[in-house]
Ligand binder design. Structure first.
Ligand SMILES: [Zn+2]
Length: 331
């Protein structure tokens, strides 16, 4: 409870924790009450049996990951159930009930001497809650690479491309347009490296949402896994691991379950220093039929056209080059 209150409002946490004590499982899965709605427990965040335990486990896992990094027991920690980047201080949002990313960053922040923490969000959706939480923070820099367009979740003016002359150099936003694929990521990754080189983080927290991979039902981006392809998700995560900062890898969105399992298994192998071959066959298990028709580990790029044109990429570069310059003056 105390750990959750490091960020969340007491009213929200008490409501979540007590919800299973006073309400039967049948009632929990029935329609939302007025209180449920006030705390965001509706639509894509319904109350469900086991919610109190779930919230404590997700937060506890990410805090444990942050703890082992802070105490020097590991250089890389992985929590694929974490990365709930939409959960707000006082309500659930976008499939996220607990702000484990924020809690983990706050835990890292308390290390001594005071560390610099960079949060990178690779999920298709903007990291609204995390970016808001650390806006104007001198020791935490958030950089969200995501898609945004009218009506696309989450609605936030901060999801637009951060202008070079922004007042807030702590919450950076790099939106990509539909069909974003590895060459586009390779191009903007130079800017990510520039931000890192300037900010010089001690810790990096990476939200590895995989809803931007090809084959996801969101069907907005056309990203792929293969570490051998410049700008792929595997390549980007390997680059971060090569920074030799203490790194917390978190999960996130992803709605094609076999591809989510593939991606996080593959990223785990990269973090362990021995990437699995992507043509390897999925081992036989109960869920094996779900992995057809390829039955291999790979999530290859699809046929969607990348609409991130040269003009737009130059606009991103102009903004970020100015941001990096100004960040250098501040640091
Ligand atoms: Zn997402």
């Amino acid at each position: 409870m105390k750990d959750l209150l490091a960020y969340h409002d007491r009213g929200y946490i008490e409501y979540i924790i007590q919800s299973s004590k006073s309400v039967s499982d049948e009632q929990l899965v029935s329609s939302s009450s007025d209180s449920d709605i006030a705390f965001g427990l509706e639509d894509d965040c319904p109350p469900f049996p086991g919610l109190p335990r779930y919230v404590q486990l997700v937060a506890g896992a990410s805090l444990t990951g942050a703890g082992v990094l802070r105490e020097g027991h590991a250089d890389v920690a992985i929590v694929w159930d974490g990365g709930r980047h939409h959960a707000q201080k006082d309500r659930a949002s976008g499939f996220c009930y607990v702000a484990d990313c924020i809690l983990a960053i706050l835990h890292l922040k308390r290390a001594s001497p005071r560390p610099r923490i960079m949060y990178i969000d690779l999920d298709l959706h903007f990291s609204d809650a995390v970016s808001h939480a650390f806006a104007s923070s001198p020791s935490v820099l958030t950089l969200s690479i995501h898609h945004t367009s009218p009506g696309f979740f989450p609605a936030s003016p901060m999801a637009l491309l951060t202008p070079g002359d922004t007042n807030d150099l702590s919450s950076l936003s790099l939106p990509l347009q539909a069909g974003a694929s590895s060459p586009t990521f390779a191009r903007v990754w130079k800017l990510v490296e520039g931000v890192k080189d300037t900010f010089k983080p001690d810790y990096v927290v990476v939200q590895c949402g995989v809803d931007g991979l090809a084959g996801d039902p969101c069907a907005v981006w056309n990203w792929e896994l293969d570490i051998g392809v410049e700008g792929s998700m595997g390549w980007c995560v390997e680059k971060v691991l090569g920074w030799e900062c203490k790194t917390l890898l978190l999960g996130g969105g992803g709605y094609n379950s076999p591809n989510v399992a593939r991606a996080w298994a593959y990223l785990t192998s990269i973090a362990c220093g021995s990437p699995l071959p992507l043509d390897m066959t999925i081992p036989d298990h109960q869920g094996f039929p779900e992995y057809g028709p390829s039955f291999t580990l790979d999530v290859p790029r699809g046929n969607m056209q990348d609409t991130n044109k040269e003009e737009y990429l130059q606009e991103i570069e102009a903004s970020f080059e100015m941001l990096i310059r100004r960040l250098g003056e501040r640091v």
